[in-house]
Write a protein that binds this ligand. Structure first.
Ligand code: SF4
Ligand code: SF4
Length: 439
C-alpha cells in the first residue's frame, strides 16, 4: 500500500470546494507520494483526461489508462487498454491505480476491478474523486499566490462548480484590468445564456432538448441578449462567467457583437462559448474570440458522428489553435439521460438533498428575459413537459435593487421546482454524448 498517498487522501480528500490553505504543501506531499511509483488510471473519459493534465502540472506522467470503452476513449499521449490487461501491465506491488471517474461510480468500478483482477487482487486502488478537487484547487490557489493567470479554459472540465469558485473570481479580479464589484447586490455568480434553438446536430440526449423544442427555429435577438445580461449584471456583485449555449452558438449571426458587448460589462469576468465544433468560426467571430477573457469549449461527440463532421470539428480546432484562442476539446463524454419528466415522490427534505447532491445544480438558463433555476426546467418548458412557474424570474420586472433581492432568493432556494421531475443525480442512466436522433 502507498501509505503516503493514503494519508494524503485522508487528510485532504474531498469532493468539491475544499479549503486549500497551504497549496504548495498539498502539491509537494502529493508529488512525493507518487514519485517513484508507476501511476495508472482506471477511466479514460473526461475525468481521466483531467487527471493526466493535473499530474503533468506536478511533473508526473501517467503510465497508462484502462477503460472498458478503450477503443473510443483516448487521452492525449497516454495508451488506453482494456481492463483485461490490468493484470499483465500492472505487475509491481507498489503500482498506483487511481479510479478516475465520477464519484457516483466509484463503488461499482472498484468492485468491477476486483472482479477483473480475481485472485491476484493485490493492486491498491485509490479514489480519484476525492483527489481531484484538492489537487485542482491547490494548483489554482498557487497560481493566485504567484499572481499568475489561471487557465480559464480548463475551468469547465474541473468539475468544480465555477459558480462557487472563489479562486476563479479572485484570479479574474487580479488579472483583468478595470473590473468592478457592484457592492451590496446579489451574489449570483454565473449565468448560462440561451442564444437560440438552431443547431447543426440533433442529439437525442441534448440537455437543452433542442431536437424536441416545440418552438419554431430561431436565433435570440442580439439586443435582447445584451440587454438581459446587462440588466442582470447591474443587480449582481460580480459575474464570474457568462456561458453561451444554444443550440449551436457559432451559428448565431450576431455572436461576434454579442461577445464584444458582453465582455465589456464592467463586472463580468469571463465569457465561455460552448460549441459542438461543427461550424467553422468566421473571420469576424474569430476576431471576437481572440480576447484573453473569452474561452471556447468544444464538446466533441465524434464517436457518434461521421467522417465529414469530424473533419469539420478538426477544422474548427485548427482555426482556434492557429489564432491562439484558448479552448478545450472534450471528447466523447458520458452524459446523464435527462429525458424523463416523471414526477417523483420526494419529500421536501429529499428534494433538498437531491438538489444538493446534483453536480449541475447551478446551471441556470437565461432565455428571453426569463431566468430558470435549472436547465432541466428550461428544457422541460421548451419541450412542453413542464410549465413556467413562480420560480422563474422575469429579470425586467422591478428596479435593480428589487431584482437583486429576487436573485438572491432564487440562488438560495433549497431546490429547483424541476427536481420533482428529475432522475438526477441518483438513478438517471449514463448515455454516450452526441448520439443522434434517428430521422
Ligand atoms: S473552477 Fe477554475 S479556478 Fe476554480 S478550481 Fe476549477 S480550474 Fe481552478
Ligand atoms: S432538476 Fe434538480 S436534480 Fe435535476 S438537474 Fe436540475 S438541479 Fe439537478
Amino acid at each position: 500500500m502507498n501509505k503516503d498517498l493514503r494519508r494524503w487522501i485522508d487528510q485532504y480528500g474531498c469532493h468539491d470546494m475544499c479549503e486549500v490553505k497551504e497549496p504548495s504543501k498539498i502539491l509537494a506531499e502529493l508529488k512525493s507520494s507518487l514519485l517513484g511509483h508507476d501511476v495508472y488510471l482506471y477511466g479514460a473519459g473526461a475525468v481521466g483526461n483531467t487527471f493526466v493534465r493535473l499530474f503533468r502540472c506536478l511533473g508526473i506522467e501517467v503510465k497508462a489508462a484502462f477503460d472498458k470503452d478503450y477503443l473510443n476513449r483516448k487521452i492525449e499521449g497516454i495508451e488506453t487498454f482494456s481492463p483485461d490487461y490490468m493484470k499483465a501491465i500492472m505487475k509491481k506491488e507498489d503500482d498506483v491505480l487511481i479510479i478516475s471517474s465520477n464519484w457516483r461510480n466509484y463503488d461499482v468500478i472498484s468492485e468491477y476491478i476486483d472482479h477483473v483482477l480475481g485472485e491476484i487482487g493485490s493492486i491498491e486502488k485509490y479514489n480519484g474523486s476525492l483527489m481531484h478537487a484538492p489537487l485542482q484547487r491547490a494548483i489554482c490557489a498557487e497560481k493566485n499566490l504567484r499572481g499568475e493567470r489561471i487557465e480559464y479554459h480548463e475551468c469547465p472540465s474541473c468539475f468544480m462548480e465555477r459558480n462557487y469558485c472563489d479562486l476563479l473570481k479572485n484570479n479574474l479580479l487580479a488579472c483583468k484590468k478595470g473590473l468592478n464589484i457592484n457592492r451590496g447586490m446579489s451574489k449570483l455568480p454565473l449565468i448560462g445564456v440561451i442564444l437560440g434553438n438552431h443547431c447543426s446536430l440533433r442529439c437525442e440526449h441534448c440537455v437543452e432538448s433542442i431536437p424536441f423544442n416545440r418552438f419554431s427555429r430561431s436565433f435570440e435577438d442580439k439586443n435582447l441578449i445584451i440587454d438581459s445580461i446587462s440588466r442582470m449584471a447591474k443587480s449582481i456583485e460580480f459575474v464570474s462567467v457568462i456561458d453561451f449555449v444554444g443550440g449551436e452558438p457559432f451559428l448565431h449571426p450576431d455572436l461576434p457583437e454579442i461577445i464584444e458587448e458582453v465582455i465589456k460589462i464592467p463586472n463580468v469576468g469571463l465569457v465561455n462559448v460552448f460549441t459542438n465544433g461543427t461550424v467553422t468560426p468566421s473571420e469576424k467571430l474569430t476576431q471576437a474570440l481572440k480576447n484573453d477573457f473569452v474561452v471556447v469549449n468544444i464538446s466533441d461527440y465524434s464517436n457518434q458522428l461521421g467522417e465529414e463532421i469530424i473533419e469539420r470539428i478538426n477544422k474548427t480546432e485548427l482555426v482556434l489553435k492557429t489564432e491562439k484562442i484558448p479552448y478545450v476539446r472534450v471528447k466523447n463524454m458520458t452524459w446523464f439521460d435527462m429525458s424523463s419528466y416523471e414526477k417523483n415522490s420526494d419529500t421536501e427534505e429529499e428534494l433538498a438533498k437531491r438538489f444538493h447532491d446534483c453536480r449541475i445544480n447551478s446551471c441556470h438558463r437565461l432565455y428571453r428575459g426569463m431566468l430558470f433555476r435549472c436547465l432541466h426546467l428550461y428544457a422541460g418548458y421548451v419541450s412542453g413537459h413542464l410549465s413556467l412557474d413562480e420560480t422563474v424570474v422575469n429579470i425586467f420586472d422591478g428596479s435593480s435593487e428589487e431584482l437583486a433581492i429576487k436573485l438572491d432568493e432564487f440562488w438560495n432556494r433549497p431546490y429547483s421546482s424541476a427536481c420533482q421531475y428529475c432522475e438526477l443525480p441518483y438513478i438517471s442512466r449514463l448515455v454516450p454524448s452526441g448520439k443522434q436522433v434517428e430521422s
